[in-house]
Design a protein around this ligand. Sequence first.
Ligand code: DAH
Length: 354
Amino acid sequence: MMNPSDALDELVLAAKNSFAGAATPADLENAKAIFLGKSGRVTDLMKGLASLSVEEKKSRGAAVNLTKQAIEAALNERRQALATAELQAQLKAESLDVSLPGRQSSAGGLHPVSLTLERIEAIFGSMGFDVAQGPEIETDWFNFTALNTPEDHPARSMHDTFYVEGGTEAAPNLLRTHTSPMQIRYAVQHVKKHRALIDAGGLMPEIRVIAPGRTYRVDSDATHSPMFHQCEGLWIGENVSFKDLKVVFTDFCRTFFESNDLVLRFRPSFFPFTEPSAEIDIQFQAGPLAGRWLEVAGSGQVHPNVVRNMGLNPEKYIGFAFGMGPDRLTMLRYGVNDLRLFFDGDIRFLSQFQ
Ligand code: DAH
């Protein structure tokens, strides 16, 4: 027969092994129940004491107590170990690498050409000009014919463009080659609004509008891009003259470039929708571009045929129009020498304007 104290030692050993084999706190609680639970093996030993004599109870009771304490100590030790392991695992899983640089929130900004368009709108707005937007897919009528450029007109060949679906075979729709169609679109609306007054011989409120937007031509080099921007201007009334164009455009250029010693030159030119027509050149008196004549816009007195296509009597209504290139104005203002940079989308270039 086994020595009773050996049996107790073995029980402690069995408990330790059982606890060591528990991989989780839940396993450990199950293992605990086997030894220390209500009908566990240590509890059985305690119950067994009842049938012993007083003498035996003393010695046996002390031994059983030591056994119980040893098992409890082993249990606590294992609990600690499991808790520590769990904490370590959690720390590892949830660790933050504080040496990583933080994520910066970068502020966006407007594209340089958008900045220019905003400037143009603000300056002309302060001179009483409305701002209008029009479609980029145009009909042959608005892009050419209504602007005194009939189908066989040689000036059409300067506007090689992208034709799209829609329209007729003889006159397909196209990506607009300039913002000039907005002259007609805007004027027609304006005239419609004031038709009764006009028919009654009253004084139509003047048409004063700019129309900025994207335009398209088959063209690509350092100063041309298949998509580019234009801003149209139109001023029609009963007594609007070339002198007004000169004043308005000179004022605009000086404000835009923030320079009063900017000189303008109106150089005779040809456009089908104006007569007479002029190209507008500017000359800076200081800075890196000083002394050179730089073309910034086309302009002229609106052709009688165009006035008629607006729904107005050219004997009564007269005015001028201009079309400028915001991309070119942006290049001049910031000293950019390649137009394509604006449309490459390179953030290193664009961020310099923020
Ligand atoms: N539409 C012309 C072009 O794209 C520019 C232009 C010239 C517009 C004279 C005008 C104008 O309004 O009067 O080349």
